[in-house]
Design a protein around this ligand. Structure first.
Ligand code: SF4
Ligand code: SF4
Length: 475
């Protein structure tokens, strides 16, 4: 049985002398965090993930497949176009199943590797890192930014701040337009917006997402993770002593202390930590990983890169801060497969299999048959027995389909009305249909018949639905 590992609540501002030691004021004002740029393996991994995710976000809104948008949530038509498939409100259980799969996927990964989602792929992290990159390019490195903020207003300061905020707003506006572009065809949206032809809701939502992006990634940053994101609060439930998380190795690092380069730690009675605080200066949430696991830690691993750089300079082995487990820190072995990971993994595999099967076997068209309840049957001019129906055809594919209609189940049964019908993508069609048979083929009053609709456009699209043909009592 695995145990949870404790998540510490560490005073974020221990230098405040007006407080009792250990107290934590929920309402204290935010201290701006000046994050130092760092280069290293984990920063490179995040850059790759950031470019890939941003690329997908900004490009996918423009892509089409067979003339239809690759991803388009058409709310007025209640159609959701995803990768060449169209989903309707009745398919919402699939959407729910996908959300449940995502949640279990997140639990599974978190149990194994901690908050890698937060550190590498969460939109809040991705956009914050882009905004921080812009800030660094415009205002300079950490020291220059601190100096600039403390300096009185000057032409240089105002110019730099204006350029930074203009670039932030540009990225935020592009984000807002792209987001709404998944709901409103993006080419039309851009033309309509800039010619003032778009409807009021389009302006409202683009404005809303622009402001939300600008505030979240530019101003609030770690505050969103610390105070608004519920996931940070329940992460500890999923961590155990075998979860691989970013950790400082106190056995190796303590006692910490400054020393000159080239001095062996044992010579001065110290551990490997030179107390340079680089790991704190690069931390986007401003915490000190040496205080242990804290809920503020988003698992971005920037402190690993910073500390590895220091260890390299000191000629000490890297990995004083590293991805490791509580067990390994205590000299025990870690288990990858344990009841919790096995449980999440199994559930995930079953749900992915079930949803994959449902989507793979889903027929993107529908045929319903409704008997005309007004008259059971009638004899027509040819002396044959006639029944009336309404065929309801739905085309859920991305292209128009021409269906050829037929009926079978009784000798000589035929459709008297239209036997070929063209239906646009996403269209629902009601088709009044009359069917007749010769009286001699009626052996009972209630007869099972089958209507078939086969697409000429895609012959693999075959629909069949049973109904009843009612005739006079046979003599
Ligand atoms: S970067 Fe490494 S050496 Fe420097 S304070 Fe942090 S843990 Fe210690
Ligand atoms: S402690 Fe390290 S891993 Fe955690 S948020 Fe700070 S820099 Fe990232």
């Amino acid at each position: 049985m695995s145990n949870q590992i404790p998540v510490k609540q560490v005073d974020p501002n221990p230098s405040d002398n007006n407080k009792n030691p250990g107290t934590y004021d929920l309402y204290e004002s935010r201290e701006k965090i000046y994050v130092k740029e760092v280069k290293g393996l984990f920063q490179r991994i995040r850059n790759v993930s950031l470019v890939a995710l941003m690329g997908m976000y900004f490009v996918f809104a423009w892509l089409t497949l067979d003339g239809q948008p690759l991803i388009h949530f058409d709310l007025p038509a209640r159609e959701f176009h995803l990768y060449g498939m169209t989903f309707y409100p009745k398919d919402f259980f699939l959407l729910s199943a996908m959300l449940i799969i995502s949640a279990f996927g997140l639990f599974f990964i978190t149990t194994l590797f901690g908050r890698v989602w937060c550190g590498y792929t969460c939109p809040q992290t991705v956009w914050t890192f882009i905004f921080m990159w812009i800030e660094e390019k415009v205002e300079g490195n950490r020291n220059k930014r601190i100096k600039l903020d403390k300096a009185p207003n000057s032409a240089e300061k105002i110019t730099k701040k204006t350029i930074k905020h203009a670039l932030w707003l540009f990225v935020a506006l592009a984000t807002g337009i792209t987001f709404i572009g998944y709901f409103y065809p993006i080419r039309e949206l851009i033309v309509d917006m800039f010619t003032l032809q778009a409807n009021g809701w389009a302006y409202f939502w683009v404005g809303f997402f622009t402001v939300a992006t600008y505030l979240n990634a530019g101003w609030m940053r770690e505050q969103v993770c610390l105070y608004m994101c519920p996931y940070a609060r329940f992460q500890s439930v999923m961590f155990d002593e075998n979860t691989r998380i970013v950790s400082y190795d106190p056995n190796r690092g303590e006692p910490r202390g400054k020393r000159k380069k080239g001095v062996e730690p044992s010579e001065v009675g110290l551990g490997d930590c030179i107390d340079c605080e680089q790991c704190v200066q690069v931390c986007p949430t401003g915490i000190d990983i040496r205080d242990g696991l804290q809920y503020e830690c988003i698992g971005c691993a920037l402190c690993i890169d910073a500390c590895d750089e220091i260890m390299e300079k000191m000629d000490y082995p890297k990995g004083l801060i590293r991805y490791t487990t509580e067990n390994e820190l205590e000299g025990k072995t870690s288990k990858l497969l344990r009841p919790r990971t096995f449980g999440y993994g199994l559930l995930l595999a079953v749900m992915i299999g079930a949803v994959g099967y449902i989507i793979g076997t889903r027929v993107p068209a529908k045929l319903e048959v409704i008997r005309d309840r007004g008259a059971l049957f009638k004899f027509n001019g040819e002396g044959r027995v006639e029944n009336s129906f309404t065929l309801k055809l739905q085309n859920m594919t991305e292209v128009p389909q021409t269906f050829v209609l037929s009926v079978e189940g009784m000798e000589g049964i035929r459709i008297l009305t239209q036997t070929s019908v063209k239906i646009k993508s996403g269209e629902n069609l009601s088709l009044p249909t009359v069917v007749d048979v010769i009286p001699e083929s009626i052996e009972q009053t209630n007869n099972t018949i089958s209507f078939r609709a086969v697409s000429k456009t895609d012959p693999s699209l075959e629909l069949e639905t049973e109904s009843r043909f009612v005739g006079p009592r046979p003599r």
